[in-house]
Design a protein around this ligand. Structure first.
Ligand code: TNX
Length: 501
């Protein structure tokens, strides 16, 4: 028995990045994990201790584990240490021993991620007894942008759905929630200065569906408590049909894209974005900028005049003109503009963070890298969670989905930073973001089915160092998480061929 134990220890020490035999099913897998003999018992007298800046995380952990805070014999101790001891704002050390548990980090974010790892390490038996096997973990993320986009524009899900998703994002160490708040189908954020945006633009079967300003502040606050930044996306010049129905005076005759030639358009945009910037403390503001058709502004006398005046030849030039104006507005509000990769074609200023999605345009990605944009990677054939997850399973019927199902194996096999990026270009990749587009997702249960458990594979790729990643090994680790999500009432896909009832 002793011998077996020793050899397991040796083996796990040797291959500390690979999960040890009998190791807990952690997702994402930490950088290094060294198991020891013995275990910690979580008892009724176990307390969570953490002073000053460690206080909020201690409070959070005590709440989720249903433990008291304070000092005691049996304790989970959270402590902030110097940057010299632990470098990186999201890094942490977690040590579990029979006589106590310690989480250390140099920033509250690190403590929070240590707490999340601890939650996953706790084993509860049939009698409700909780134990944690002794282990030392040293961990930190690969990317600083670990994001998920939820499209509230096409179908509206509202606050309670988002709070549930935020809890799970936090559990798996994701830290950016992008909200696609406006599109053709609906405008989902109350803007008091322009009430028709929601009175008209948010109507679904005659009833308005949108976030009030107070609700959105609650969501932002709830997310911030979990170290998640909420980044708003307000689409322009296209994907703006709901705004066009509300205020047609700022749009082209076709009603889909802003009129780039009128100064009033920019006053309107400035008015809207000023309110958006007040509600969301995040330093980024996404203005969309994608999928403007060649004929968008055809036949508009205003635009023809603008073209002559400004010497703009093509639709792309007009888009670039519009983009520069909007970028200046966003920067004037003290925010970093962010946009889809069409803005690379439109030669957006270098200060714009580019979100790459057109996987069939690696040349655009290359051009973006050479220009020196900061990048967030969201290739549509890996990270668009509206596509089906396995053969014959439900999903959006987009024709562009030539790459087959967007399975967990495919997500894990993906390397976010292209091989031909220089070191400097690699450093500009902030991270990755999956997108749950909802043209075909109408219910919360279906939204959950499409999001879980792919979100866990996203977290694995976002957190762990560069691959390779073994999808068979991941599937084994994944199973207890799927069970736990389902036990909580989240409609996670069970596995290959799940038809979703
Ligand atoms: C492309 S991503 C879009 C979205 C759609 C999505 C569907 C992007 C910039 N545009 O508007 O919802 O595909 O998969």
């Amino acid at each position: 028995m002793k011998l077996i134990h020793l050899s397991i220890l040796l083996l796990s020490a040797l291959i500390s990045v690979a999960p040890a035999i009998g190791a807990p099913a952690l997702i994402p897998l930490p950088r290094s994990m060294t198991p020891h003999a013995g275990e910690f018992h979580v008892s009724a007298t176990t307390v969570v201790a953490g002073k000053r800046d460690a206080g909020p995380t201690a409070r959070y952990l005590a709440e989720v584990l249903k433990l008291q805070r304070g000092a005691g014999q049996s304790a989970i101790r959270l402590r902030l240490v110097s940057k010299k001891a632990i470098s990186g704002p999201e890094a942490y050390h977690l040590s579990v021993a029979p006589d106590g548990i310690r989480i250390e980090a140099s920033d509250p974010r690190g403590l929070f991620y240590g707490a999340q790892t601890l939650r996953q390490l706790i084993k509860t038996d049939a009698a409700g007894t909780r134990t944690v096997a002794s282990v030392d973990i040293v961990d930190k993320p690969r990317f600083r942008w670990r994001g998920l986009l939820i499209d509230e524009g096409r179908h509206f899900f509202g606050k309670s759905t988002l709070l549930k998703i935020i809890d799970e994002m936090a559990a798996y160490k994701l830290n950016v929630l992008k909200l696609h708040l406006t599109d053709y189908e609906g405008w989902r954020l109350e803007i008091p200065a322009y009430p028709k945006l929601t009175q008209v633009g948010a109507l679904v079967d005659g009833k308005p569906q949108f976030f009030t300003e107070a609700e959105m502040r609650d969501i932002v606050h709830y997310a911030a408590d979990r170290h998640i930044m909420v980044v708003p996306e307000i689409e322009m010049p296209g994907h703006a049909g709901a705004a066009a129905r509300s205020y047609p005076e700022f749009f082209n005759t076709a009603g889909g894209a802003f009129n780039p030639a009128s100064p009033k358009t920019y006053d309107f945009i400035r008015g809207v974005l000023t309110e958006v910037a007040r509600i969301f403390p995040a330093p980024y503001l996404h203005f969309g900028g994608d999928e403007v058709g060649e004929d968008t502004w055809d036949g508009m006398a205003d635009v023809d005049r603008l073209k002559a005046e400004q010497r703009l030849k093509t639709t792309n030039d007009v888009e670039a003109y519009f983009g520069r104006k909007v970028v200046a507005i966003i920067q004037g509000l003290g925010k970093r503009p962010m946009a889809w990769d069409e803005q690379v074609d439109a030669q957006a200023p270098k200060s714009v963070v580019i979100q790459w999605w057109r996987r069939d345009k690696p040349d655009v990605l290359g051009a973006a890298a050479r220009t020196g944009y900061e990048l967030v990677m969201s290739p549509a054939d890996k990270l668009y969670f509206d596509y089906h997850q396995g053969e014959g399973e439900p999903g959006a019927p987009w024709e562009g989905n030539k790459g087959g199902p967007q399975s967990i194996a495919k997500i894990l096999a993906w390397e976010p930073v292209p091989d031909d990026f220089t070191l400097e270009q690699s450093g500009k990749v902030l991270g990755i973001e999956a997108a749950v587009w909802t043209e075909f997702i109408e219910t919360e249960r279906y939204l959950e089915f499409m999001t879980f458990p792919r979100l866990l594979a996203l977290a694995e790729v976002a957190w762990r160092p560069r691959g390779p990643r073994d999808d068979k090994e991941f599937e084994v680790r994944l199973q207890p998480h799927v069970d736990a999500l389902r036990a909580k009432g989240i409609n996670a896909r069970r596995g290959e061929g799940d038809a979703y009832e």
